[in-house]
Design a protein around this ligand. Sequence first.
Ligand code: RAM
Length: 517
Amino acid sequence: MEDAIVRNKKFIDIAEKLKPRLKKSKVYGKNLVEVVNDKNFIHGWKVNKIGDIKDLDKKVCGKGDSFIVDFSDHEVGYLSMKIRTVGSPQDAPLRMKVILGEMPCEMKEPFSNYKGWISSSWLQEEIITIDVISEVITLPRRYSFRYLKIEVLDTSAKYKVIFDEIYCTTVTSGDRTLIKGLPENVNNDLKKMDNVSIKTLEDCMQDVFEDGPKRDRRLWLGDLRLQAISNYKTFKNYDLVKRCLYLFAGVQDNNGQVPACLFIEPKIRADDSYFWDYSLFFIDVLYDYYKETKDKNIVRDLWSTAYRQIEIVMENLGDDNILKENGDFYVFVDWNQELERQASAQAILIYCAKKALQIAEEFNYEQRNFLRLKIKELTSAALNKFWDEKEKLFIGGEKRQISWATQIWMVIAGVISKKDSKRLMKRLFERKPTIKLVTPYAYHHLIEALILSGNKEFAIDQMKAYWGKMIEAGADTFWELYDPQDEKYSPYGSNLINSYCHAWSCTPTYFIREYLI
Ligand code: RAM
């Protein structure tokens, strides 16, 4: 598998020089809490404060004792504990279980219940054995959490322990001091949403733009695209976007395709997942980066990689200029497993070909004539194949499915005029297809489609309704998955393993700063 990956050394070297220095700060646990059953709260768990963290050094813990610390906000970093013994000398190791959670459910629902298809090792839980208790113990792994549960499994009959201090050394490559505050007159709901978005992005900004600091802790192209545009409005860490672009270009496969995701440690290498949409989005990230920085060199370096993604995807066009369906997950779009993705794939190809055309025109690249022609052909093919004159909606796939995603992507790709797009979006909300959107990633595209079709006010209402609801439910950072009708929704088999600080959910700050102020 490794041999199939072309490592372009020049690109990787450029990326490595842009590796960020992480900012660190020390954050202390704030409150002692209990988590109790209450169906009125998210996932059925309510958090009650039962003490101040200052009370912790009065709590003598022996076998079977436990407590939960609330850090009052989402944190990403390294956990340290200052522990001392009481009673006789430490005549046996201290053994404890440490559970870290982004959400209250992780404090109460046993991780052993997780039977889903992704690895349970993402659940943040350790058994730690300390032979010699001396001052501060720092756990080696980086965690993503707000709540911390400690269960003392054993001390000995002769000694117990006290936790004097518990803190997290947080890490991020985002510098908050560079972010402009919103104008006074922006309403508080939007200010709050902006804040939570920024916190989400900040916690995902590490060595690269990670998708989620709890899971998968790595660089995905689809997530990068949304992080990058939000970053331009806030942290303005251009080098981090540049680094990620060069990393992807550095690990394209033998055919020139960039992977959906890549690993940074122990050395940079591509994952073996390839999605057409994610590969194509390489062009969009490059286009936005160029628009933002006017850095011509990066376009010169990466244009052939970018253009290659279009060629590769277009190899799958039939004689009718329609992309053929290509098995499960050849294109991502959203996590909704019932979604027929063919029509969205076609629209995403058109959207990215238009971005490529803009670059090609500005740089006088020879591919511009071909792109201009092809965009026309792809667009009329899309209308022929997917537009249903009776329903006045796009209908996709073999099952003749009407989905939210298909209409949204056709609008974003500009397959129909702005006026028709506005009508289509109205019809979409009247029709409310059952094949719905289940991720903030897909909702981002809904908001985008509404804005592009001239429904700005309605777009803001939708944004408030969706992301605002997460805030009402207690989100400190925005979640990977959120279905307002089914708050426990997870494509992985349990709400326990979802990521609750997820990069692709951070775009309200982009919408607010791009369109509203
Ligand atoms: C999830 C990742 C990431 C996304 C992929 C498709 O597993 O967390 O956010 O890009 O799916």
